[in-house]
Write a protein that binds this ligand. Structure first.
Ligand code: FAD
Length: 394
């Protein structure tokens, strides 16, 4: 029988790994992808959907090409347990699947109790929209229905979390919508972190495009000590309640639940990996990708997950059919849109060091750049989105 690789999670990491193993092994490996969703809405560019720059259909992708063009066996189901001794994955439907190698790329889940007052039962009152789809649609509808002069509040997450510049790009996109529709509205960011990604670039952009609209409260004013009351739409910052109109709560994060069930995460909630191969440090037959991992200097992004997936795909082909494996190289760029045509980016290349994936060199947009360069940066991001989604889903 052909050796089998089972992949849990059909997002940026898992779907890329499935496609590359299938494409490059010429049918010699049985590739099985487990993913409950039939449509995958990318979190990347979901902020642009909130801002009115993309429609929902443009961030929706399916698994048809993986099955029809690449021969991936796509099973729409949820992995509920992993028996590492028996090398078998149990599915919610009751079936079990044996594997020779397993790839786990389940993304993130939220840490219970991270924001007192918030849990999944109140996510319609106070959406996270940190997994894209219905939550993103809901948040957009709430922003558009906000009363004149109302307050949009974001409870930002502590490090480490999915997409470091993501909350601040979201703030920019919300401000863009409010500037048009509701110019007396205010935005309040309650942030437990001292600093955030591309901070100087965002702050410069906010004062240029949205003067007086955005206020950020940091940990020195008690933002690490926040609680929410969804019934009364209150945010309590260091004991002082404030009523808001829309509240986007993005809680602290951990590796997707199945990683914990399988014993692949450590005390940090995320999964330690071998920097040169993306193998779990806990089980050499398992590879872990994307947001679920402790990836050293690499941020949690779709670009990173896609880059890590190619390394794991090569290693799995080497292990199962003796294909050649080359030294790992990784890369990432995160683009953010601040207002129409005002794009910024940060990126780096990485390689495997002894103890972690280490940054080799990087680049970041500068404050004071001219409009033509910012427009070119935004246009680069459009090309990236088209390219990476084709690279993930075929
Ligand atoms: P995901 O893409 O989340 O995929 C995980 C998949 O696993 C999901 O489809 C889920 O259904 C499935 N799954 C989970 N548990 C199970 C289970 N038990 N069984 C089976 N399947 C399971 N990144 C960028 O590079 N650029 C950007 O511009 C960017 N913008 C972003 C903006 C926002 C607002 C957000 C929230 C994120 C953004 N990101 C961006 C980050 C990017 O979306 C994630 O880093 C990326 O999706 C991680 O890939 P992943 O494979 O780890 O997880």
């Amino acid at each position: 029988a052909r050796p089998r690789v089972v992949i849990v999670g059909g997002g940026a990491g898992g779907a890329t790994a499935a496609r590359y193993i299938a494409k490059d092994s010429g049918g010699a490996i049985d590739v099985v992808l487990i993913e409950p969703g039939k449509t995958y809405y990318t979190c990347f560019f979901s902020n642009l959907y909130l801002g009115g720059f993309r429609d929902l259909a443009s961030i929706a992708h399916d698994y048809g090409m993986l099955a029809s063009q690449y021969g991936v066996n796509v099973i729409h189901d949820l992995a509920v347990d992993i028996d590492r001794e028996a090398r078998s994955v149990a599915l919610a439907s009751g079936h079990a699947l044996g594997y020779d190698r397993l790839i786990v790329s389940p993304g993130i889940d939220f840490v219970d109790g991270a924001v007192p007052g918030w849990d999944l039962t109140v996510q319609n009152r106070m959406p996270h929209a940190w997994k894209a789809g219905s939550q993103t649609q809901l948040l957009k509808a709430q922003i558009e229905a906000m009363r004149e002069g109302g307050v949009f509040c974001m409870v930002a997450p502590p490090d480490p979390y999915r997409c470091p510049p993501g909350p601040y790009e979201r703030i920019s996109m919300v401000a863009h919508v409010l500037k048009e529709r509701n110019p007396t509205a205010k935005i309040l960011i309650v942030d437990p972190k001292e600093k955030f990604s591309k901070q100087a670039l965002f702050e410069e952009g906010w004062s240029r495009h949205y003067p007086g609209m955005i206020e950020r409260v940091g940990p020195d004013f008690g933002a690490a000590n926040v609680e929410v009351r969804p019934d009364s739409m209150e945010v309590v910052i260091d004991g002082a309640p404030e009523t808001v109109d829309v509240c986007n709560v993005i809680p602290a994060q951990k590796a997707g639940h199945i990683a914990g069930i399988a014993g692949l995460a450590n005390d940090s909630g995320f999964c330690p990996i071998v920097p040169g191969t993306m193998q779990s440090r806990i089980d050499e037959n398992i590879y872990i990708l994307g947001d679920a991992t402790i990836a050293g200097d690499m941020p949690k992004s779709a670009f990173s997950a896609n880059s890590q997936a190619k390394v794991a795909a090569m290693q799995v082909r080497a292990a199962l059919i003796g294909a050649r494996a080359f030294p790992a190289k990784y890369s990432n760029t995160c683009w953010s849109l601040i207002d129409t045509g005002d794009g910024v980016k940060v990126g780096a290349s990485y390689q495997a060091a002894e103890d972690k994936i280490a940054k080799v060199d990087g680049f970041v947009s500068q404050t004071g750049e001219d409009a033509a360069l910012r427009k070119a940066t935004f246009e680069e991001s459009l090309g990236w989105y088209a390219g990476i989604t084709a690279d993930i889903f075929g």
